[in-house]
Each structure stands twice: as structure tokens, then as C-alpha cells.
Design a protein around this ligand. Structure first.
Ligand SMILES: Cc1cc2nc3c(=O)[nH]c(=O)nc-3n(C[C@H](O)[C@H](O)[C@H](O)COP(=O)(O)OP(=O)(O)OC[C@H]3O[C@@H](n4cnc5c(N)ncnc54)[C@H](O)[C@@H]3O)c2cc1C
Length: 502
């Protein structure tokens, strides 16, 4: 199978197919996770929002996947308490009942019973919540993770299962057999410019918000199926949300759910839902989105956040499937869509990070049948993900590496210069740059500072300040010269400008 796209969906498909014994080539035009999969709210969740819509089977399916992900990647997924603060008398019983149902639907995959909190208990959990008019809260439990770290570990898992995965390998066209069906791809090595062709009995388009561009390679006149919608997050220092619980606001003034979440010692607040005309690889937050998140946050946080407090802003694009897209669509779940194109190519999109494994299972079932491959059962529900470690917390700042943490530590011990933080505001060291280059396919400074470490997402200015030192370590590892190093710092500065507010 050839998989186009190295986000959660494509890499999930690669793991599923490889573990069934099929040969897999995955091609990513930029870096793994450069698209939406590094820009999520970082929740592994059933989606409390769907409860209200009465879509209980969808919630149940996602809650099961949440449980499996905690089992299979405990070094990257954790159980987090979410408090719905109550300022009106009716909120506690209303949300109390809804969240009891949420926990019930999780069945044996439950993360903990929800319950109503007194005002004092709410303040204990959320010491920095706005107290004026606060009556109490309701607490429920959900999952939190590091999205691009999980993706890098998923790519390693796929590789260990025999798949071939390439980043910086854009697919530029499709090849066809004698009957006109897609039987392969043309792609380019973005570093050398060299062009290649690869053939397979089935090609899977897992390019998320870019799915229509790849579908147009097969049929220039095809009707678009994606309605791209952007969501942004603002990142502040950890003092804005003291304690270790998140806030969930079920109804903002625009009728959406909003979260404030503790993440890697910082506070992440989001998100928005803004239709945009077209997906781009580096989407930018719009002014009104920034204002909306700041305003909503200030309704709930005692310390009112301002633009000057924003350490990073990031935007992502939801690959939402247009309403009425039912023609050729095999909607195996209401949440994601798998479509067999007239050209024989398979397109998978929609869904969410949490359900990537289930989406992959559905997709490979269909693709294997289409390609007439020998039938093999899916085995991913209990497959440990690379880095699996049930007590990774003991590795402290290196816990996201799971079972790889001792090896990263060894690099630090081999050279004391590599053990120093690259910037005092963040814990990242030169050893992590070395590790990313040697074992995690990092090819550019941005790969290291945005997705192997999360420096750019946590604090864009600190990421900029560490860029020259990190580039020097990376250049030494990759055997690149001083001109390459300087170019990397320049390019990174251009990207980082998108993560800062003027
Ligand atoms: C703001 C926001 C918040 C979210 N929060 C959550 C959350 O908390 N929890 C959750 O479960 N889900 C969340 N989601 C949803 C989740 O992030 C997405 O569903 C998921 O990441 C989509 O993954 P994907 O692989 O389909 O797309 P992407 O991650 O975008 O991957 C597609 C890839 O295809 C590549 N590509 C495109 N064209 C080509 C080509 N020609 N050749 C090669 N490669 C190509 C792109 O470079 C890209 O890397 C959120 C989404 C958004 C937008």
C-alpha cells in the first residue's frame, strides 16, 4: 500500500497495514505532523460536545479509543481532571448528569467518576479561577497527550513493523494502469530534487485538509469534499492556570466548547472554529480569533491574560467533510469518511486524533479488499507504541521519551555541553537535538524545535533564542555546513514569526 500524508491518519494506516503483514510506503511532503496533527488541543477524549448532540455511539467509540491509547502509549497520554465551573444554580445538576453519562459510556475504559464540587473544592482544584459569582463546579476525567511526540513514536512503530516512511517527499502526481486506475505515485525528494515513481495495488490519500488537492491529481474536475475550518490556541505561562486541573467551558458566547489546559508547565487556551477558503501548511491566527480567546479566558481566569502574556499562538485546520457528502462515501462511522474514488484511490479524512487507530482499521480493511490482498485481522488494539513505558514519570523532563529516555540521558552524560538547557525558559537540551537527528528523522531546525521538542509551541521567543545553538548541534549531526546552518536559523525565524503576536 502507498499512503500519502504523514499525519495521525496516514501514520496510523501505515502501522495497521504493516502489522497485518502488508508492504507499506508512506510519503509526507513536509515533516511528520507538520499539518494538523501537531496543532490539536492535545486531548484524547470522547468529545463531551457530541453528548449534547445525542451522538452516543460516537462518544462511546472515542472513549474506547481513549482507553486503548492510554494502555498502548502511557508515556504520552495521561489522565487529567477537567472542571466545569458553575456560576448559575442550574449548571451543577445539568452538567453533573451529562458528565455521569460520559463516564458511563466509557464502560471498562473509564478514567474516573465525575462528581459535583463545592465552591471550596473547585478553588482547591483551580486556585486561579475567577471567584466572583462562583458557586462550585463539576469534575470529570479525560485524556491529555503530546500530539507530535505521539506521531513521531507512531512513525517509529510503523518502521519497526516493516513500513518505509519518508518525510520531505511530496507526492506530485499519480500513475495509472492500462485501464486507467491509479496504480502508484510520482514523488520528489525535496532535499535533492530527484524524482521517483512507486507502484502499489492501492494508494491511500490520507492528506487531511489537503485531501482535495490530491483528489484533483486523479480527477481535475472532482467536487471538493473538505470544508476547511481553522482553530487557534494561545499559550501562556503556567501561572495563569495554577494546580493540575483543566477548565472546560461548555458554552462560549459563540456556542463552542473552550478549554484551558496545563501542558508541559504552560497554560494552553483554545480553540476557535473559523471557516477558511483553503488549507495551507502554515496557517496564521486571525486577529478576531486571538481577541475571542483572550476575552473568553479573561471571563474565567483571575489573572486576566493580555496580548503581552502570549508566549505562542498556533493555528490548525480541521479536515471537516462537507455536509451532504454521501454519494460514493463509505461512512463507516459518522465521524470519519472513507471514500473510494472513481480512479480506485482511497481517500480517508475527518475523524480526530483520538480515533486515529480505529480510522486506520476501517481504512485498511477496505483497502486490502480493494487491492485483493490476503485477508489479515487488525492487531493494533493492543499494540504497544514505540517508547511504551508504564512509569515514564520517573524520567522527569525526559518522560515524553518513555523507554528512550535513558538513551537520551546517555547522550547528555557523554558530553556535558549537550546537557545544558538551550534556553533558560525551557528544559530542552542539545542532547535532544542529537537524538532527534539520529533516531527521529529530524531534517530541519523547525522539525527539532516545533515537533521533536515543543519549544515553538510553548514559547516562540525562547525557541528563537535557542535556534542558533540548536542549529549548530543539528548541522554537526547531519554533516551540514555553516551556510546551511545560517539558512536554517533564517527560515526558522520566518516560521516563528507566525507563532508570536506583534
Ligand atoms: C484546532 C484543532 C484542535 C484539535 N484538537 C483535537 C483534540 O484535542 N483531540 C483530538 O482527538 N483531535 C483534535 N483535533 C483533530 C485532529 O487534530 C485531526 O483530526 C488530525 O490531526 C488529522 O490528522 P490527518 O493525518 O488527517 O491530517 P494532517 O495532520 O493534516 O496530515 C496530513 C498530512 O498530509 C501531508 N500532505 C499533504 N499533501 C501531500 C502530498 N501531496 N504529498 C505528501 N504529503 C502530503 C501534509 O503535509 C500533512 O502532514 C483538532 C483539530 C484542530 C484543527
Amino acid at each position: 500500500m502507498i499512503v500519502i500524508g504523514g499525519g495521525a491518519t496516514g501514520v496510523g494506516v501505515a502501522i495497521d497495514a504493516a502489522t497485518r503483514g502488508y508492504e507499506v510506503l508512506l510519503l509526507e511532503q513536509s515533516d511528520f505532523g507538520k499539518g494538523t496533527s501537531s496543532r490539536s488541543t492535545k486531548l484524547v477524549h470522547g468529545g463531551v460536545r457530541y453528548l449534547e448532540q445525542g451522538n452516543l455511539s460516537l462518544v462511546m467509540e472515542a472513549l474506547k479509543e481513549r482507553g486503548l491509547l492510554l494502555q498502548n502509549a502511557p508515556h504520552l497520554v495521561r489522565n487529567l481532571g477537567f472542571v466545569v465551573p458553575n456560576y448559575d444554580w442550574w449548571e451543577a445538576p445539568f452538567y453533573g448528569i451529562g458528565l455521569k453519562l460520559y463516564n458511563l459510556l466509557a464502560g471498562k475504559y473509564g478514567f474516573g467518576a465525575s462528581r459535583i464540587l463545592s465552591r471550596e473544592e473547585t478553588l482547591e482544584r483551580l486556585p486561579t479561577i475567577k471567584t466572583e459569582g462562583l458557586r462550585g463546579g463539576v469534575i470529570y476525567f479525560d485524556g491529555q497527550f503530546d500530539d507530535s511526540r505521539l506521531l513521531v513514536n507512531l512513525a517509529a512503530t510503523a518502521f519497526e513493523q516493516g513500513a518505509t516512511l519518508l518525510n520531505y517527499a511530496p507526492v506530485t502526481g499519480l500513475t495509472r494502469d492500462g485501464e486507467g486506475f491509479v496504480d502508484g505515485v510520482r514523488f520528489r525528494d525535496a532535499e535533492t530534487g530527484e524524482e521517483f515513481e512507486a507502484r502499489a495495488p492501492v494508494v491511500i490519500n490520507a492528506t487531511g485538509p489537503f485531501a482535495d488537492a490530491v483528489r484533483r491529481m486523479a480527477d481535475a474536475a472532482v467536487e471538493p469534499m473538505i470544508a476547511p475550518s481553522q482553530g487557534i490556541h494561545l499559550v501562556f505561562d503556567g501561572s495563569f492556570l495554577a494546580g493540575d486541573s483543566a477548565i472546560m467551558v461548555p458554552h462560549t458566547s459563540d456556542g463552542r466548547v473552550m478549554f484551558a489546559i496545563p501542558w508541559h508547565g504552560h497554560t494552553v487556551v483554545g480553540t476557535t472554529d473559523t471557516p477558511i477558503p483553503e488549507a495551507t501548511l502554515e496557517p496564521a491566527a486571525q486577529e478576531q480569533e486571538v481577541e475571542f480567546v483572550l476575552q473568553t479566558a479573561s471571563l474565567y481566569l483571575e489573572k486576566r491574560p493580555s496580548r503581552d502574556d502570549v508566549l505562542s499562538v498556533f493555528a490548525g485546520i480541521r479536515p471537516l467533510v462537507r455536509a451532504g457528502e454521501s454519494g460514493n462515501t463509505a461512512a463507516l462511522s459518522r465521524d470519519h469518511t472513507i471514500r473510494i474514488e472513481n480512479s480506485g484511490m482511497v481517500t480517508i479524512c475527518g475523524g480526530k486524533w483520538t480515533t486515529y487507530r480505529h480510522m486506520a482499521e476501517d481504512c485498511v480493511n477496505l483497502a486490502a479488499t480493494l487491492a485483493r490482498l490476503p485477508e489479515q485481522p487488525c492487531v493494533t488494539s493492543h499494540l504497544n507504541i514505540h517508547g511504551f513505558h508504564s512509569a515514564a514519570g520517573k524520567f522527569g523532563r525526559l518522560s515524553v521519551y518513555g523507554s528512550d529516555a535513558p538513551a537520551v540521558l546517555e547522550i547528555e552524560e557523554s558530553d556535558p555541553a549537550l546537557a545544558q538547557p538551550l534556553d533558560p525558559a525551557l528544559p530542552y537540551t542539545g542532547a535532544e537535538v542529537v537524538w532527534a537527528a539520529r533516531y527521529e528523522m529530524a531534517r530541519t531546525l523547525e522539525d527539532v524545535l516545533a515537533r521533536r521538542t515543543r519549544a515553538l509551541f510553548l514559547n516562540a521567543r525562547a525557541a528563537l533564542s535557542m535556534a542558533p545553538r540548536a542549529a549548530a548541534v543539528l548541522a554537526a549531526e547531519l554533516g551540514c555546513d555553516a551556510a546551511w546552518q545560517a539558512r536554517q536559523v533564517e527560515e526558522f525565524a520566518r516560521t516563528a514569526a507566525n507563532y508570536t503576536l506583534l
